[in-house]
Design a protein around this ligand. Structure first.
Ligand code: CTP
Length: 479
């Protein structure tokens, strides 16, 4: 198969590739592979990395909203007997959905082979600063920057000395000098080396430079009869430390709050095999449930029929019709916050057939529609169990803000998240949303317009506003 030389591509294509690969935390090579695969599968994206992503095909497996985001690590394996533990570390990182690209120092290759490392990481392994294959597009810079974190395990006394003094005479030290990413070191050396004044100085310097250390632990050394501080941390400890740096624990401003959410469409039966439905995918409501759960809330999600996996840690009640949805919502009260993101069918068939309706020559079945209960309005008007904060959605195709303001008054809720769902926006079933938060406080109505965002971002933003309003606390990690 012909190999591709990035340098020979047009500047516009190169820029596109670099932006797109950086955005997706992939190398340029990997991004090219993904693009080719998408082309072959007929899922070509428009030539801008920041436009709306393609809608998943109908046969795609259900998405898991609230799953861990992807992350990537450049793992530098230094030359020490502890290098064998790095093989396990690769597995531990990968099982946490962290992609790993490995660099082996010359000395590391005495302890583990590039073949073993490559087999475990499912990636090629980098060993040489002057490797023409990876340096054709400044490979050491990519390894230094196209990742979220650099882990050095084992970090030998020599590697740490090089780092502390800014040396760059091999691939590992060049990456460590060229990176603007956080660095996690797992030192491993003989206790005498660890306690040596030079190493102590280097450790202090590295910590001052913002490098994070895990271990070393104390215990027996590989050298017979020696023990002390110098053993590399176990793979699982290093993977946990890496994950904490990659995915810092979210603050839990909604801890102790009970949040009730509706999502998805409803199906209103016509007869045992037919129903009235709408195009809602449930993605927005599910994303809000995941974001509220991540913010520490106890979340009850009442969902109509959707093709999505249940968000982790959320109690999900699956329903079909509007009346079932209302029943489950009432059963879930009391709640501190209620968010009605479902696209509830306004009408149902009055005379639902007990048997499948048959075609009769020349006449249409007499479908009589009656109005469904308005769940949002019902809960907003409760005298006793009304949640202190009730939020509705307004799906509009015209006069967005005016219609949403009218809806806010008509439904009696506190906030309305208004979104334009006209077919051209691709919101219904799509992954992005442009919303306006309309709130009512002390008789005043405020409109806050947000830029176009993914549904996950809208969810996080909404939960941040809720946290601020309900508790005065922020979603931002404390710095
Ligand atoms: N809603 C509800 N129960 C219904 C209808 C709507 O709880 N029977 C909620 C939705 O979950 C949403 C809000 O009311 O939070 C507005 O829904 P929308 O479909 O935009 O408005 P409708 O009330 O259906 O009015 P219209 O279709 O005329 O725009």
């Amino acid at each position: 198969m012909a190999s591709l030389t990035i340098r020979k591509l047009d500047d516009a294509v190169k820029t596109y590739l670099r932006l797109r690969s950086a955005k997706n935390h992939r190398s340029v090579e990997e991004e090219v592979r993904v693009i080719l695969r998408e082309l072959i599968e007929g899922r070509e994206e428009p030539l801008t990395p920041f436009s709306a992503p393609p809608t998943p095909s109908a046969t795609a497996t259900p998405q898991r909203i609230g799953a861990l985001p992807e992350a990537s690590v450049t793992l530098i394996i230094g030359g020490g007997i502890a290098a064998y533990k790095s093989l396990d570390l690769i597995r531990r990182l990968k099982e946490r959905r962290i992609e790993v690209r490995c660099v082996l120092t010359k000395a590391a290759q005495q302890f583990v082979t590039p073949l073993a490392v490559s087999a475990l990481s499912h990636e090629r392994v980098y060993t040489d600063l002057f490797d023409p294959q990876s340096e054709f597009d400044a490979g050491h810079i990519r390894l230094a920057r196209e990742c979220d974190l650099i882990v050095v395990a084992p970090a030998t006394a020599d590697l740490m000395a090089k780092m502390a003094n800014g040396h760059a005479d091999d691939l590992a030290s060049a990456i460590l000098l060229a990176t603007n990413r956080k660095i996690l070191l797992a030192p491993a050396m003989n206790p005498l080396m660890w306690n040596n004044a030079a190493t102590r100085r280097n450790v202090t310097q590295l910590q001052r430079d913002g490098v994070v250390l895990i271990g070393p632990n104390s215990g027996e050394m590989a050298e017979a009869g020696e023990a002390g501080v110098g053993r590399m941390s176990e793979a699982i400890e290093i993977a946990t430390a890496a994950e904490r740096l990659l995915r810092p624990p979210m603050p839990k401003p909604l801890a102790g709050k009970r949040v009730l959410i509706t999502a998805g469409p409803t199906h209103e039966p016509i007869d045992p095999v037919r129903y009235i439905a709408n195009r809602s995918s449930g993605k927005q409501g599910f994303a809000i449930a995941a974001a509220a759960q991540a913010a520490g809330a106890e979340v009850i999600l009442v969902s109509g029929p959707v093709d999505l996996g249940d968000p982790a840690g959320v109690t999900v009640k699956h329903v079909e019709s509007a009346r079932q949805m209302l029943e489950q919502v009432q059963a879930a009260l009391p709640a501190d916050i209620a968010i009605f993101a479902a696209a509830v069918a306004d009408w149902r068939v009055a005379n639902e057939g007990e048997q499948k309706l048959k075609k009769t020559a020349g006449s249409m079945p007499p479908l009589q529609l009656v109005e469904n209960p308005d769940i949002l309005a019902t809960i907003s008007r409760l005298a006793d169990k009304r949640p202190p904060l009730v939020i509705g959605f307004a799906a509009e195709t015209e006069h967005l803000i005016d219609n949403a303001k009218t809806k806010l008054a008509r439904k009696g809720c506190d906030w309305i998240v208004a979104n334009d769902v006209s077919p051209a926006t691709g919101v219904m079933g799509g992954d992005r949303n442009t919303v306006h938060l309309i709130s009512r406080k002390d008789g005043e109505i405020a409109v806050d317009s947000w830029p176009v965002m993914t549904k996950e971002q809208v969810a996080i933003e909404l939960v941040a506003h809720i946290a601020k309003s309900a508790t005065g606390k922020s979603l931002e990690p404390a710095s």
